[in-house]
Design a protein around this ligand. Structure first.
Ligand code: SF4
Length: 327
């Protein structure tokens, strides 16, 4: 059902709860949910279950493809994605039952497919940690966690336990090592070097880590001079693999991102116009050329490499795909 600006969608409206905390310009609201784990039906994604403890994300990445999802919660202003954070309420028994079903299915439980499970809200509410505490009770799982935050190392005790009895990957998302560029693209995300340090700490403790270069931004982070040092740094921090994907510019993100391009990188305006003229995805020729270069860099530094494939239920589209928006 199409959303109307400022009106929550009818299937979400009953779950919207009151303000439970405030901090400077951020408001935290309760979000009821029947279950924190969602089962994907008939999806082409490389995982079968998703966990997103929060809706909205304070890290405020300009390229974030989840921004439009705040419209379903009744937020018409795109900035509210970073200012009004919804906190799901965990029910341990439901999580335990779902994790057992996930284990029986043999499919991966992906934590952080839409918003960051270690965004600043997690330091207060510890919802992700509560999910991991239950996961510790279910050996034999396949679990993937994706984050930009070194806060993930707070849970090293649990992660080590889970890694001993289940297949666990922690995916550290880093698009550039250039701090100035990162500040423009990801204004409130932790510095790239802090993410690398987290990767190193996890790897040293025996937790398998991967570098997620998602999204790669044409003209900004797709050069060999950006990619090669990034892959080398990840390899040195203990990453075993790299996964990557190219910027997906759907409505809700497109306007904000192209505004940044106009204001900060005006020489790229025509290039973006050409690349994203027909669709939210880059043309296949661009992607193929990038794939060749990344594969060569990965081989040179000794990392396994593949493009992140899969498609959200909402975004069935061309071959070039972005991480799913699945709740
Ligand atoms: S950290 Fe992830 S979820 Fe948060 S704003 Fe950035 S891209 Fe979006």
């Amino acid at each position: 059902m199409p959303t109307r600006p400022g009106i929550p969608s009818p299937n979400i409206a009953p779950y919207l709860g009151p303000v439970i905390d405030q901090s400077r310009s951020i408001e935290y609201r309760k979000l009821g949910a029947r279950n924190l784990l969602n089962r994907l039906n008939g999806s082409q994604m490389p995982f079968g279950w998703t966990v997103n403890p929060y809706r909205g994300c304070q890290m405020a990445c300009v390229y974030c493809y989840a921004r439009h999802t705040h419209e379903f919660l009744g937020h018409a202003d795109p900035a509210e994605f970073e200012q009004t954070i919804y906190v799901k309420q965990p029910d341990h028994r439901s999580i335990l039952e779902s994790l057992r079903r996930a284990r029986a299915s043999g499919l991966e439980v992906a934590i952080g497919t839409a918003t960051d499970p270690y965004q600043p809200a997690e330091a207060r509410f510890k919802i992700t940690r509560q999910v991991l505490e239950v996961a510790r009770q279910v050996p034999g799982l396949r679990v993937g966690i994706t984050t930009k935050s070194p806060l993930v190392t707070r849970d090293l005790d649990l992660l080590c336990e889970i890694a001993c009895q289940s297949r666990l990957w922690v995916n550290l998302s880093i698009v550039t090592l250039d701090l100035d560029l990162a500040r423009k693209l990801e204004p409130r995300a932790p510095r790239p070097d802090l993410r690398l340090r987290a990767m190193s700490g996890l790897s040293s403790a025996g937790v398998a880590t991967r570098l997620f270069v998602m999204p790669i931004l044409p003209g900004l982070t797709d050069g060999d001079g950006t990619l090669e040092p990034l892959l080398e740094a990840a390899r040195d921090a203990g990453s075993r693999e790299i996964r990557w994907n190219v910027l997906f510019l759907r409505q809700g993100t497109r306007e904000l991102f192209l505004k940044l391009i106009r204001e900060e990188f005006p020489w790229l305006v025509d290039r973006y116009r050409a690349l994203y003229a027909r669709s939210a995805y880059v043309p296949q020729e661009y992607r193929d050329e990038l794939e060749r270069r990344i594969a060569a860099h990965a081989q040179a530094v000794g990392l396994d490499c593949c493009a992140r494939e899969g498609v959200s239920v909402a975004d069935q589209g061309p071959r070039s795909r972005q991480l799913a928006l699945v709740w």
